[in-house]
Design a protein around this ligand. Sequence first.
Ligand code: UGA
Length: 316
Amino acid sequence: MTKALVTGCAGFIGSHLTQRLLRDGVTVVGVDGFLDNYDVAAKLRNLAEIGNHPAFTFHSTMLQSQRWKEWLDGVDTVYHLAALPGVRNSWGKAFADYVNHNILATQMLLEACLARQKPPVIVVSSSSSVYGTMQGTLTDESSPLRPVSPYGVTKEAMEQICLVYAKAYGLPVTMLRYFTVYGPRQRPDMAFHRFFRQMMKGDPVVIYGDGQQSRDFTYVADAVEANILAARHASPGEIFNVGGDREIKLLDVLSIMSGLLNLTPNLSFQLGPAGDSLRTCADIQLAQTRLGYRPQVPLEEGLRLQLIDMRAQAKG
Ligand code: UGA
């Protein structure tokens, strides 16, 4: 692999992936539209951490500007992370934006790749939110898709349009269903970022619901590794769960966080916005056997690394 396009390169996972590719000697074209789901200052900080690498070219624009000829020139792999993320804000008028950025922009990318004489390999970021609230033991990729948020519906539709292009044209597109990714640079609207910030300021920690909901939290470097492995080993149309080391309840995560900060937070339980899944738990066997994916960072260590990053941000 020599040249990659990373869409959403200034975002949380996209900026880590870009840095990893550059470290691996890959030339990277990055596109980011600075959608307002993630504050601009934070994205600029992410870009600053990527730095003025000679093998990195950055385009500050929306995918809808469709400068594919320029972006895809000489590219053999596309990592598609640009999206409007966030489960809880996808209701009401915002839904049109979710459709625009998650479905329509992805279809534009697929068309542009298909138009190339030799289409690049495309790794698309999907989400555990396509499953909704999980039942039973572990959820594998053949489990029913029952999203509980409009966001989850757009991610499911995004997967379907990718599958259509893979089936009809053999387009080498593969999808990764990430399970709640965390770590340094986590989006400011996400739980761990908010909890650490609230605790560091001495504010009450706002918990949606009773805190008994559980997640299979995934460390960001593991999500990055899954992208690299999928680009190397996946076949057109394959879909993989990308999960972490275990399922854990939110209140149990909070006690690990309190231990790291050596304090006892005040908890404020509030009625959460609709659309929250009560439980996610990934079966990652397929990613293990097909891609060689194995999460490397246990939750305790990942939280410690996120806290170091948040403390550095608070200082700087
Ligand atoms: C996250 C991402 O935001 C989605 O973009 C992604 O697609 C999804 O993971 C996924 O893996 O599919 P979510 O699981 O809601 O969605 O992640 P967090 O925002 O970190 O929330 C985790 C839990 O903490 C949720 O139950 C949420 O209600 C709760 N929470 C969040 C709080 O109790 N308080 C808060 O202030 C924020």
